[in-house]
Design a protein around this ligand. Structure first.
Ligand code: ADP
Ligand code: MG
Length: 411
């Protein structure tokens, strides 16, 4: 996809971001190059779990209904010129075979989704049909995923953004590449000379990725065995589950929670990454918060201080491994675009910004600081002083609205 260099888009645009546990609907009033984002509003809706594994009609009807409700609350500050149709950028963060700026077919589901009859179907046409069923008159003018949206939104705000990385329920990255470095590109070269590469790095697997018995068992029992291996080591959907599996093994083999293995601990995904994060960040002298979490989640009321320390240490190991692997991925992109070291001609290294988004990166502080520290280690002091990791909060929503605007039927 070519990244628009325009930046002077005007008007009201909508975005819908479907990527994991929640989806977001957003509207922005764009004011052109000077004013940029004049006003924005968004709403977040959680997806009922049964819809993640139901039929595509049920899922899209639910989404379109929430979108229609959101459109109904559009206030005076947003202006849709007379006679125009509302336009939407659709952020759909699953692997897609993009067939045009506003169409693409689903390759496979990831992150706990397994909706019937969607693989191979055009996701924009599914959404459009659902909007029609809701009586919502709106046109999808751009289909993007969260990395591409974050990259576009990030660049709109800061021209030095070279890559976007998502660390949320899942993980993925996109970056800006010189079009002539893309062997499979056979079309005309874009005017800017640049193209966006969506890496889908979550699907990376390699013998060099060290998988433990816990990783292997989790993968084997997942909805998508053998797939998204890098994602399963790094992202928010899985970190807590890895910790649970280690605790369960210690409960069995070393009676970590006493003579009886707590039955709650047997339940897959009962320990969520936000809970793991809360336990990991407990700095009280008696690890009170961690103890309360263990009581809630595992159902063991009185854990010894030693057990709490062990638990925190496991959280630390699993988070650190994920964060360091994520940093290695970011480093590899910097290396690919030549921003991993000072230029050989002796000139200064250009400022290089990585836009990061996703609940894991945003909320799990020990995780995000470890990503940043590892990146600094890998780059070395000199190069790392030019590289900035920037939280692009909801960058993908704004980016999608922006791409909807630059591909508007009225533009
Ligand atoms: P997505 O768009 O992929 O659904 P988000 O960017 O909304 O993801 O991030 C949600 C994910 O972030 C959750 O699945 C969870 O794993 C992780 N997360 C959210 N809050 C926290 C937290 N406080 N600590 C650690 N991880 C968190
Ligand atoms: Mg997201």
């Amino acid at each position: 996809m070519e990244l628009s260099r325009a930046g002077d888009e005007h008007g009201l645009f909508y975005a819908l971001d479907l990527g994991g546990t929640n989806f977001r609907v957003l509207r922005v009033q764009l004011g052109g190059r000077e004013k940029r984002v004049v006003k924005q509003q968004y709403e977040e809706v959680s997806i009922p779990p049964h819809l993640m594994v139901g039929t595509s009609m049920e899922l899209f009807d639910f989404i379109a209904a929430a979108l229609a409700k959101f459109v109904d609350t559009e206030g005076e500050d947003f202006h849709l010129p007379e006679g125009r149709q509302r336009e939407l950028g659709f952020t759909f963060s699953f692997p897609v075979n993009q067939t045009s700026i506003s169409s693409g077919t689903l390759i496979k589901w990831t992150k706990g989704f397994s909706v019937n009859g969607m693989v191979g179907e055009d996701v924009v046409s599914e959404l459009s049909k659902a909007m029609e069923r809701q009586g919502l008159d709106m046109k999808v003018t751009a289909l993007v995923n969260d990395t591409v949206g974050t990259l576009a939104g990030g660049r709109y705000m800061d021209n030095d953004v070279v890559a976007a990385v998502i660390l949320g329920t899942g993980t993925n990255a996109a970056y800006v590449e010189h079009a002539n470095a893309i062997p499979k590109w056979t079309g005309l070269l874009p005017k800017s000379g640049n193209m966006v590469i969506n890496t889908e790095w979550g699907s990376f697997k390699s013998e060099k990725l060290p998988l433990s018995e816990y990783d292997k068992a989790m993968d084997f029992e997942s909805l998508n065995p053998g797939e998204q291996i890098y994602e399963k080591l790094i992202s928010g959907m899985y970190l807590g589950e890895i910790v649970r599996r280690i605790l369960l093994k210690l409960a069995h083999d070393a009676s970590l929670f006493g003579d009886v293995v707590p039955s709650k601990l047997e339940q897959p995904f009962v320990l969520r990454t936000p809970d793991m994060s809360a336990m990991h960040h407990d700095s009280s002298h008696d690890l009170k918060i961690l103890g309360a979490k263990l009581k809630d989640i595992v159902g063991v009321a009185d854990t010894s201080l030693e057990v709490r320390y062990i638990t925190r240490h496991i959280c630390d190991l699993v988070a650190e491994r994920g964060a360091r692997l994520a940093a290695a991925g970011i480093y590899s992109i910097l290396k690919k675009v030549g921003r991993d070291k000072l230029p050989i001609n002796g000139s200064k290294m250009p400022r290089t910004v990585i836009a990061l988004d996703g609940g894991l990166y945003e909320h799990y502080k020990k995780f995000s600081s470890c990503v940043e520290a590892t990146l600094t280690d890998l780059l070395g002091e000199e190069a790392s002083s030019s590289v900035v990791a920037k939280l692009a909060n909801d960058g993908s929503g704004i980016g999608a609205a922006l791409l909807a605007a630059s591909h508007s039927q009225y533009a």
